[in-house]
Write a protein that binds this ligand. Structure first.
Ligand code: PMP
Length: 305
């Protein structure tokens, strides 16, 4: 596979050119500044929307049916209707990658409650709105190892919105991320309302101890598609893999810690709350999982170009 620098040579410059891309908005592809949504959209006014993020690797789309199915489950759970079927949305996502010639990139699907009058009553909205963007998007931490802190902001599912719903209310996660930034580290861990480990602000968390790989239950954490993939590939490779109730102690005393997510991929964690994790170097198992994940996305992506 290509190295990050070879694969995304122009990513920095392209950020300024994102407005050149075509965006799907409710039935049409719109370019540049035309790609706008209404200020009356309840997704904007109240964060009343659900979403997905999907990657392509060398012209192959990864786990599209799983992402679209999760979108539909998020929509069902929040009672947002979708005018398109799962097959139709999948086709729109593929078309969005194609029209923008994004062979190595990321797509964002947003399904919003739609345009409505003021007031959060969902009945104020006429029809839901679907937008799909595709763009170059290097792994969030650019394949580096990171440092974390434990945030005081809690992940509320399942007491509030169920964590399996990928809804656009990310303010808790953003507040946690702000704490990490203020403390000069890269990312934050979030606990559930009982103090058990939930996940990071945009990734799931795994620990490795004595060759066993453990991760918190997906009750206050999103049931990540990368999380599922990593559990599958680790198990196939002969690792013991288990979901557990975990606390930060399990991370402090682990041999290795890593995060998983579509946008971030597999991210080694070397320090949490000032504690060095394991040897302080990227561990053997994390490196192995990174390699297996790369092989897996190559082997399991569906060609769309
Ligand atoms: N947790 C949260 C809060 C996220 O936003 C994400 C990214 N969508 C993940 C975990 C990872 O999920 P996935 O592997 O499906 O991208």
């Amino acid at each position: 596979m290509l190295l990050y620098a070879e694969k995304f040579p122009a990513a920095g410059e392209l950020l300024g050119d994102l407005h050149q891309l075509y965006v799907y908005i409710d039935g049409a592809f719109v370019k540049g500044d035309g790609a706008r949504v209404s200020v009356w959209d309840h997704g904007y006014l109240y964060g009343d929307s659900v979403f997905e993020g999907i990657r392509t690797y060398e012209g192959r789309i990864f786990k599209l049916p799983e992402h679209v199915e999760r979108l539909f489950e998020s929509a069902k759970s929040t009672s947002i209707n979708c005018a398109l079927t799962q097959e139709e949305i999948s086709e729109v996502v593929i078309q969005t990658f194609r029209i923008n010639n994004i062979k190595d990139g990321h797509a964002r699907i947003m399904l919003s409650r739609g345009v409505g009058t003021m007031g959060l009553d969902p009945r104020n909205c006429r029809a839901s709105s679907l937008t799909v963007m595709a763009y170059p998007f290097p792994p969030v931490y650019k394949e580096k190892a990171i440092r974390m802190l434990t945030s005081s902001v809690r992940r509320k599912g399942p007491l509030s919105v169920d964590a399996r719903v990928k809804c656009s209310n990310y303010m808790d996660n953003i507040l946690a991320k702000l704490q990490a930034i203020a403390a000069g580290v890269d990312e934050a861990l979030m606990l559930d309302n009982q103090g058990y480990l939930a996940e990071a602000t945009g990734e799931n968390v795994f620990a490795v101890k004595k060759n066993k790989i453990v991760t918190p239950y997906a009750t206050a954490a999103l049931a990540g598609i990368t999380r599922d993939t990593v559990m599958e590939i680790a198990h196939t490779d002969g690792f013991e893999v288990e979901e557990q109730n975990m606390t930060v102690h399990d991370l402090y005393t682990a041999d290795e810690v890593f995060l998983t997510g579509t946008a971030a991929e597999i991210v080694p964690v070397l320090q949490i709350d000032g504690r060095t994790i394991g040897s302080g170097q990227v561990g053997e198992t994390t490196t192995k999982i990174q390699q297996l994940y790369k092989e897996y996305v190559q082997a399991h992506g569906s060609p769309i170009f």
